[in-house]
Design a protein around this ligand. Structure first.
Ligand SMILES: [Zn+2]
Length: 291
């Protein structure tokens, strides 16, 4: 059966319309942290067609890794040729339908599966150090200080170019807070003394969640509570276009932060961390649908 870009667009819109909840948003973020290099729309389409997909690639990408698609497996249809910049979402240039297969639908040379088990991740302490180093690269120092409860655990002082983390936070919460502030720095125009909220809060919190998920550091209860609250803030029936725009921006910013953080870990980290990163890197370059 022939599937068109329009069919996939309608499938995406109906899936988002039917399923949107704060919990489902987090499940899509989880899937995007595993399915590296895919656009948000494709993450939704992949999950719709094969909910347990772990690692997808086109026929040629699997052949390059010494694997073939098992006869009789039906491929996952995705939209290819999308521009993946932050702000251009839903561009119509060069769209086409591509077919991907999950690793479970292929056979051949053994591969190291992506790390989805929290136990095999990077420690929160190492992640915090790597994120501190990413913030340093953006010209921001990171320091701990006591903050008022309404600060929500962290604040960025644009004028002094520093990120302040509440001294009361434990290490995992401090990593979430720092990833959140770095996401703000990259995605939003911050002004001094601004309290974050609304869609920019949802974006920053979602990027922090995706980055932590990728490195196998689960979020603590108060951070996940903030993420759910921010996601509920878009209302019970957000338009598919809004969800796609948010998802596109989050997936793109998280991918960039994962890459930068992974490089810091590789530079100073253990061999195991470097391996996890090497895998993520391969996923991004080799396994996305060909443009
Ligand atoms: Zn914020």
């Amino acid at each position: 059966m022939r599937v068109t870009v329009d069919d996939l667009r309608k499938a995406f819109e109906s899936e988002v319309g039917r399923r949107w909840t704060a919990g489902q948003w987090v499940r899509w973020l989880n899937a995007s942290s595993v399915l590296q290099g895919q656009t948000f729309r494709n993450v939704v389409l992949i999950r719709l067609q094969l909910p347990d997909a772990l690692w997808v690639g086109d026929r040629e990408a699997w052949q390059r890794r010494g694997r073939q698609v098992v006869r009789g497996q039906s491929g996952i249809r995705v939209v290819t040729g999308e521009r993946r910049t932050d702000r251009v979402v839903g561009s119509v240039q060069g769209h086409g339908v591509g077919t991907l297969w999950d690793v479970s639908q292929t056979e051949g040379r053994p591969v190291l599966l992506p790390s989805v088990d929290a136990g095999s991740g990077v420690t929160p302490r190492r992640l915090l150090e790597a994120l501190t180093s990413v913030a340093g690269g953006l010209g921001y120092g990171v320091r701990e200080q006591e903050l008022a409860p309404e600060a929500g655990g962290s604040v960025t002082d644009v004028r002094r170019r520093r990120i302040i983390l509440d001294a009361d936070l434990d290490v995992p919460s401090a990593s979430v807070a720092l990833a959140h502030e770095v996401a703000h720095l990259r995605m939003h125009k911050l002004s001094s003394g601004q309290v974050c909220g609304g869609l920019s809060e949802l974006e920053a919190e979602s990027v922090a969640y995706t980055v932590l998920a990728r490195f196998g550091c689960p979020m603590d209860g108060s951070s996940s509570g903030r993420l759910f609250a921010a996601a509920r803030g878009v209302g019970r029936k957000p338009s598919a276009r809004l969800v796609e725009t948010l998802g596109g921006r989050v997936v793109s910013a998280a991918g960039r932060l994962i890459k930068d953080t992974g490089q810091k870990l590789t530079r100073s980290g253990s061999r195991r961390e470097a391996e996890i990163w090497a895998h993520a890197d391969l996923g991004r370059d080799d396994l996305g649908p060909r443009m």
